[in-house]
Design a protein around this ligand. Structure first.
Ligand code: GH3
Ligand code: MG
Ligand code: MG
Ligand code: MG
Length: 290
């Protein structure tokens, strides 16, 4: 696991670091709590914080609080507080400040390793739950909720300086595919379309059934149109083989842009892309509208 250690004593830091590295953990050791916190904020791969109560910069309890706040935003940070005293009040304070566990200093190696195994169990469970909650099972893309979360986060950062474009895509006459070849074949088509779409952006979601959304932060509408047209072309040429049947399919796409520093929201953007998609359907399908 990737562990941040906060310990004011340089000897303590060296001993614990060696102990953990000996078991294959990756350790970043800090003397100063404030510096450790900055590192934790900037480094999503950190999964465990092992912090002394008595630290420089900010106190161990403050660090626990701050890490708890980071964890509330969806990242799992398992926090183990360390203190030389064993008084119940210390343990209570640590846990109430957001620590998940407590260990006495200097830590007994086998006890520390056992506590880290408990941390690892929880991290794995958390990762699995996040995957189940955010990932569309069939395509591996973001599900509806995760798409909106990711899009909101990215738009929040991007919108003041750059435009943002979006593409909505819906497979044409999909009901016919299901009716003609069966539901499993329909699923295979959704999966194939998902694969083409996933190459176009980091923020790609399956919003439902055979409908997808692509967010393109920093893209002007003209560039988004090019991407949409490329996608339409790729999909119209693709085939899926199921039980000896070779299935061809097409999709319709709608594109919209919100310009930099505009008042428009993500909902407005997607609504406009959806309206364009509707026009593409009305105009005969297998086309891109804006
Ligand atoms: P249009 O060209 O206007 O988009 O027509 P369409 O037939 O694609 O659209 P419609 O909304 O009428 O039908 C969508 C169908 O998609 C209906 C539903 O049974 C099917 N569907 C929804 N989710 C899934 C899924 O996960 N797998 C499969 N195989 N079918 C699905
Ligand atoms: Mg429809
Ligand atoms: Mg459809
Ligand atoms: Mg649809």
């Amino acid at each position: 696991m990737h562990i941040v250690l906060v310990e004011p004593s340089s000897i303590g830091r060296r001993i614990i670091t060696r102990m953990l590295e000996g078991r294959g953990h990756r350790v970043e050791a800090f003397e100063n709590g404030a510096r450790a916190l900055r590192f934790i904020q900037d480094t999503p791969s950190v999964d465990v914080v092992l912090t002394s109560f008595e630290t420089d910069g900010i106190s161990g309890t403050e660090l626990c609080w701050e890490c708890r706040l980071i964890a509330q935003e969806g990242r799992l940070l398992y926090i183990i507080a360390m203190s030389s005293g064993i008084e119940a009040s210390k343990v209570i304070e640590a846990l109430d400040c957001g620590a998940d566990d407590f260990i006495i200093k200097p830590p007994v190696p086998e006890e520390l390793f056992a506590r880290l195994r408990a941390a690892e169990r929880l991290s794995n469970m958390h990762r699995e739950l996040v995957r189940l909650a955010t990932c569309d099972e069939l395509t591996g893309l973001l599900n509806r909720r995760a798409f909106f979360d990711a899009a909101e986060r990215s738009i929040g950062d991007a919108l003041t300086e750059t435009p943002v474009s979006a593409i909505m895509l819906d497979i044409d006459h999909f009901k016919r595919i299901n009716d003609t070849y069966g539901h499993m074949a329909g699923d295979a088509v959704i999966k194939a379309v998902g694969e083409y779409i996933s190459r176009k952006s980091q923020i790609v979601g399956r919003l439902g059934g055979e409908e997808f959304a692509i967010l393109l932060p920093g893209y002007r509408e003209a560039d988004a149109l090019r991407i949409a047209e490329c996608l339409r072309f790729e999909i119209s040429g693709a085939t899926v083989s199921v039980d000896g049947d070779t299935i061809r399919f097409t999709a319709s796409l709608g594109v919209a842009e919100i310009s930099a520093s505009s008042e428009a929201s993500l909902t407005d953007l997607l609504k406009r892309a959806d309206a364009a998609l509707y026009q593409a359907k009305k105009a005969g399908r297998n086309r891109v509208y804006r």
